[in-house]
Design a binder for this molecule. Structure first.
Ligand code: AMP
Ligand code: ZN
Length: 446
């Protein structure tokens, strides 16, 4: 079956034709690791996991290479390390571990390669050198900057003029910039910040060059699909294209650019100040990971998405119904045509899920299982699901109260690691804590 995907470059749905069907290549911008991933971050992770599964189905598992990076050098990471008074490596190692644990529960496959920015500084420096050589970058006051006036096609992805881009991007004004829209490829590090030697002095890379370097190293100078959230379209992806095409002398960086829509929470933009900033980690304490995954896929990936408690409750009901229908069945060998056709039509997951309902109604358990598996759903049997979601209380109330008190003491002495450990231990045993100004209460996880 032919795959059609919406290409941000043309703003149209296009037939997907890989450069090499034996080696289909996709790159997706991964997390910056300084804090728990929020549910908005989970959207590209889940959406592109479905695409990865679909590409493997269409081209064969060994013919698809999926690279999703980790940004482990960033000002936000430095700030967090300084705040907590711990080494940067401790922040990144802890966050990466947590990220992996969280998304595993969303039944997300590991990508083929998960490169880290700090392990690709040499490749970034090679690209920066070439950019200078090719006249797309210049050195100024210890910085290397990309010159957005160097090539006429800057703006090819976001389809904006230079003026519009600059107005929309709140660009940093600096006296040494030739054009206000010029962006940093390399910058000097201050005392205490991570620094690498370079021909331009000790410093660190800008954010955009990281993805150009990691995709080049692992996928080559031109590849098939590049994905990420819509917020990355400009400036991040526009800048990746400018860097890669100039440094590597190519017409394209990726042939197809895909962007997932933004996620809101209960109708509002997610933000720490509104108090609606929800992490995957916190949601997983209350909901099975599969409910979160299904809930995400009930909307089309390009549509804006409103994440609500009501939606989660509905998703749980849907999943219970699907598990009742699938029972203990083994997956059929082929995937239902309607489900496959929906996914091949620019990943129409709502339509695919509607087809799963039809299979459930018709009592075709094996077909249901195979089709749902392609979406990363119904990995368990019904009895495993019931077992996994049954209330588990192995602790008596006195024991729970004792642990809550121990956690409060740990928090009082600012030992947040111990406090989190206790909360996680209780969660693992089926007890969810709820903190409020009146104190901590608990309930049994459903
Ligand atoms: P960041 O760690 O902020 O660089 O984001 C990692 C990924 O999550 C990127 O692909 C972002 O586009 C995506 N992302 C961040 N916030 C949201 C949101 N609220 N809705 C959808 N995607 C998001
Ligand atoms: Zn990127």
């Amino acid at each position: 079956m032919e795959l059609f995907i919406h290409n941000t470059l043309s703003r149209e749905k296009e037939r997907f034709q890989p450069l090499d069907a034996q080696n289909v290549r996709m790159y997706v911008c991964g997390p910056t690791v300084y804090d728990f991933a929020h549910i908005g971050n989970a959207r590209p992770i889940i959406v592109f996991d479905v695409l990865f599964r679909l590409l493997r189905h269409l081209y064969g598992e060994e013919h698809v290479k999926y690279v999703r990076n980790i940004t482990d050098v960033d000002d936000k990471i430095n700030a967090r390390a300084a705040e907590e008074g711990v080494p940067i490596s401790e922040i990144t190692a802890r966050t990466i571990r947590q990220f992996h644990e969280d998304i595993a529960q969303l039944n997300v496959l590991p990508p083929s390669v998960e490169p880290r920015a700090t392990e690709h500084i040499a490749e970034m420096q090679v690209l920066i050198e070439r950019l200078i050589e090719h006249g797309c970058a210049y050195v100024a006051e210890g910085h290397v900057l990309y010159d957005v006036s160097a090539k006429p096609d800057y703006g090819i992805l976001s389809k904006r003029s230079l003026e519009e881009m600059i107005a929309g991007a709140r660009v940093e004004v600096a006296p040494y910039k030739k054009n206000p829209g010029d962006f940093v490829l390399w910058k000097p590090s201050k005392e205490g910040e991570p620094a690498w030697d370079s021909p331009w002095g000790a410093g660190r890379p800008g954010w955009h060059i990281e993805c150009s370097a990691m995709s080049w190293k692992h996928l080559g100078s031109t590849f098939d699909i590049h994905g990420g959230g819509i917020d990355l379209q400009f400036p991040h992806h526009e800048n990746e294209i400018a860097q890669s095409t100039c440094a590597l002398n190519t017409k394209f960086m990726a042939r197809y650019w895909m962007h997932n829509g933004f996620l809101m929470v209960e109708g509002e933009k997610m933000s720490k100040s509104l108090g609606n900033f929800i992490t995957i980690h916190a949601l997983l304490e209350e909901w099975p990971g599969e409910v979160l995954r299904l809930n995400m896929l009930r909307a089309h990936y390009r549509a804006p998405f409103d994440w609500t408690r009501k939606g989660l409750e509905e998703s749980r009901t849907v999943l219970e119904r699907l598990y009742r229908a699938v029972g203990e069945a083994e997956p059929a060998e082929t995937v239902d045509e309607e489900v496959l056709a929906a996914l091949c039509d620019d990943l129409n997951t709502p339509k695919a899920i509607a087809a799963l309902h039809r299979l459930a109604r018709e009592g075709r358990a094996a077909e249901l299982k195979a089709a749902a598996n392609l979406l990363g759903l119904l990995p368990m049997t019904e009895s495993q699901w019931l077992e996994a979601t049954a209330p588990k209380v192995e602790l008596d109330e006195a024991e729970i109260e004792r642990l809550i008190a121990a956690r409060a003491e740990a928090r009082a002495r600012k030992d947040f690691a111990e406090a989190d450990r206790i909360r996680d231990e209780l969660a693992a045993r089926g007890i969810i804590l709820k903190d409020s100004p009146q104190g901590t209460t608990w309930e049994v996880k459903r």
